[in-house]
Design a protein around this ligand. Structure first.
Ligand code: ADP
Length: 471
C-alpha cells in the first residue's frame, strides 16, 4: 500500500519532471544571463581602472616633457623645443578628457580636478619662463628656474598622480574581486542549469522507457487474451456443434417412437384393434395426451435451439393472408366452444398475398391465439388483421386473466410462466412466446403486448413486407 503510494508519487513526479526541469532551466538561464552581464560590467570596469592607471602615467610623462622642453628652450633659445612643448600640452588636454570620461569614483574625480589645476599651473610656469626667455634673455629665465617654482609644481604633480594611482589600485583590487565573484557565480549557475537539464532529460527518458514497457506488457496481455478468446470461441463452436448434433439426433430418436406411440394409441383408442372398456379408453386417452404434450415440448425445444443457433432457415412462399388466418381461426372454434368463449375475427378485405414463411407465420399466430384461449375463462377472443401500407398487423385480443406490468417483458423469456409450481392451472411449456418473438424477428417483424391484470391482453404481431415487395 505504502510502496504503491510511493510509486504513485514517483509517477506524478516523473510526469511533471520535464515541465519542472524546463522551468528550472529557464530560471537558471535568466540568473546566468544576469550574473554574466554583471561579470562583463565588472570586467569592463577593471579594464577601465587599468586604463586610468596607464593614462595617469602618461599624464605625468607629458608634464615631464613640458619641463624638459621648457629647460631646453631656456638653455638654447632654440624654437625647435617649442614643438614638443605644444605636443605635450595637447596630449595633456586629450588625456585629461579621456580620464574625465573614465573616472566615476567621486573621490578620484575631485583628485582629477586638483591634478588639472596643478597641470595648468605647471604649464603656466613653463609658458611664463619661455616668455621671459624670449623677452628678457637667458639670465632672467634662468633665475625663474633657479627659484624652484617649476620643480616644486612638478613635485606636487608627481604626488597628486601617485595618490590617484594608489586609490586606483585599491579600486582595481575591489573590481577584480567583484569580477571574479561574478565569474564564479555564473559558472556555478551554468553547472546547476546543466545538471538540472540532465536530470529532466533522464526523468523524461525513464518515463518514456517505462511507458514503452507498460505498453509492451499490455500488448502481450492483449495477445494472450486474444489467444484465450480464440480457444474459448473454438470450444464454444465445438460445443454448439455437439449440441446441434445432439438435438438433431434426439429429435429423430424421440420423435419417431413418440409418433408411433401416439399413432398406435390412437388406433387402440378408436377401438380399431378391438373393443375397450371405459377405464381402458380413459387411460389410453391419457397416454395419447401425454404423448402429444411430449412431442410438442420436443418440437419447441428443437425450434428454440435452432433459433438460438441461427440455424432455422426461412422458407418464403406467397400465401393469401386472409385465407390463412380464416383457416387458422376456424381450427380453434371447437376449443373455444368447449370453453364457452366467443371467438371472433375481423380481417380486412385487402390483406392480399404476402411472401413469407407461411408455416412460421402460422406458428406465431397459432401460439398467440392458443394462449388467448388458454388464459381466458369467459368473454371473447378476437383476431383482427389490417394491412397498413406495407405493414401487416395481426392483433389477438382476449378478455382473460391479463398480465401484471412487471411480468410483461418476462413472459418472453424461455420457460417463464406467470403462474408456476402448484398454483399452475394451465398447461404449457413456457416456450411459446420465446419462440414466437424470435420467429417474428427472423421474419423481419415483432410482437408487442398491451395488457391489464384481470382485464385481458392484446398481442400484436406486426410484419413489414419484404424489401423486394415494397419496391
Ligand atoms: P405457455 O403458454 O406454454 O406457458 P408462453 O411462452 O406461450 O408459454 O407464455 C408464457 C406465459 O405468458 C404464460 O405461462 C402466461 O403466464 C403468460 N401469457 C401468455 N399469453 C397470455 C395471455 N393471452 N393472457 C395472459 N397471460 C398470458
Amino acid at each position: 500500500m505504502r510502496s504503491d503510494r510511493g510509486f504513485r508519487s514517483l509517477e506524478r513526479w516523473t510526469a511533471s519532471a520535464p515541465a519542472v526541469g524546463l522551468l528550472l532551466v529557464g530560471l537558471v538561464a535568466l540568473l546566468y544571463h544576469r550574473t554574466t552581464s554583471e561579470f562583463l560590467a565588472d570586467a569592463r570596469s577593471v579594464e577601465e581602472a587599468h586604463e586610468v592607471e596607464s593614462r595617469l602615467g602618461a599624464l605625468l610623462r607629458s608634464s615631464i616633457d613640458v619641463e624638459t622642453a621648457q629647460r631646453g628652450y631656456v638653455l638654447t633659445g632654440d624654437p625647435d623645443f617649442l614643438g614638443p612643448l605644444r605636443a605635450a600640452e595637447a596630449r595633456i588636454a586629450l588625456e585629461g578628457e579621456t580620464l574625465r570620461a573614465r573616472i566615476r569614483d567621486p573621490e578620484q574625480r575631485e583628485r582629477l580636478d586638483a591634478l588639472f589645476e596643478l597641470l595648468r599651473h605647471r604649464i603656466g610656469i613653463a609658458e611664463e619662463t619661455i616668455a621671459i626667455r624670449e623677452q628678457a634673455g637667458f639670465e632672467a629665465a634662468r633665475r625663474v628656474i633657479a627659484s624652484g617654482e617649476g620643480r616644486h609644481a612638478q613635485d606636487q604633480l608627481r604626488d597628486a598622480v601617485a595618490r590617484m594611482e594608489e586609490r586606483e589600485a585599491v579600486l582595481l583590487d575591489e573590481r577584480e574581486a567583484r569580477r571574479d565573484e561574478s565569474l564564479r557565480l555564473s559558472l556555478a549557475l551554468l553547472t546547476i542549469g546543466f545538471l538540472l537539464a540532465v536530470l529532466a532529460i533522464a526523468a523524461s527518458l525513464g518515463r518514456v522507457r517505462r511507458d514503452l514497457r507498460f505498453r509492451e506488457e499490455a500488448e502481450a496481455g492483449l495477445r494472450e487474451a486474444n489467444r484465450e478468446l480464440d480457444t474459448a470461441k473454438q470450444r464454444a463452436e465445438e460445443a454448439d456443434r455437439v449440441k446441434s448434433a445432439f438435438l438433431a439426433a434426439m429429435s429423430h430418436e424421440l420423435r419417431t417412437p413418440l409418433n408411433s406411440i401416439i399413432g398406435f394409441t390412437g388406433i387402440l383408442h378408436q377401438g380399431l384393434a378391438g373393443p375397450l372398456n371405459p377405464e381402458q379408453e380413459r387411460q389410453l386417452g391419457m397416454v395419447q395426451a401425454s404423448g402429444r404434450h411430449l412431442l410438442g415440448l420436443i418440437n419447441d425445444v428443437l425450434d428454440l435451439s435452432k433459433l438460438e443457433a441461427r440455424e432455422l432457415a426461412v422458407q418464403p412462399e406467397p400465401f393469401d393472408v386472409r385465407r390463412t388466418l380464416e383457416a387458422l381461426v376456424a381450427s380453434f372454434a371447437p376449443q373455444a366452444e368447449r370453453k364457452g368463449i366467443a371467438l371472433r375475427s375481423s380481417l380486412a378485405p385487402d390483406l392480399g398475398v404476402r411472401v413469407s414463411d407461411r408455416r412460421r407465420f402460422e406458428q406465431i399466430v397459432l401460439n398467440l391465439v392458443q394462449n388467448a384461449i388458454k388464459f381466458t375463462e369467459k368473454g371473447t377472443v378476437e383476431v383482427r388483421a389490417i394491412g397498413k401500407d406495407a405493414l401487416l398487423e395481426v392483433a389477438i385480443t382476449d378478455t382473460g386473466i391479463g398480465i401484471a406490468p412487471e411480468e410483461v417483458e418476462r413472459i418472453f423469456a424461455p420457460f417463464h410462466q406467470v403462474e408456476s409450481g402448484t398454483a399452475r392451472r394451465h398447461d404449457g411449456t413456457g416456450l411459446g412466446l420465446a419462440i414466437s418473438r424470435k420467429l417474428a424477428a427472423l421474419l423481419g417483424g415483432e410482437i408487442r403486448v398491451e395488457s391489464r391484470k384481470g382485464e385481458g391482453s392484446t398481442f400484436t404481431f406486426s410484419l413489414p413486407a419484404p424489401k423486394a415487395e415494397r419496391e
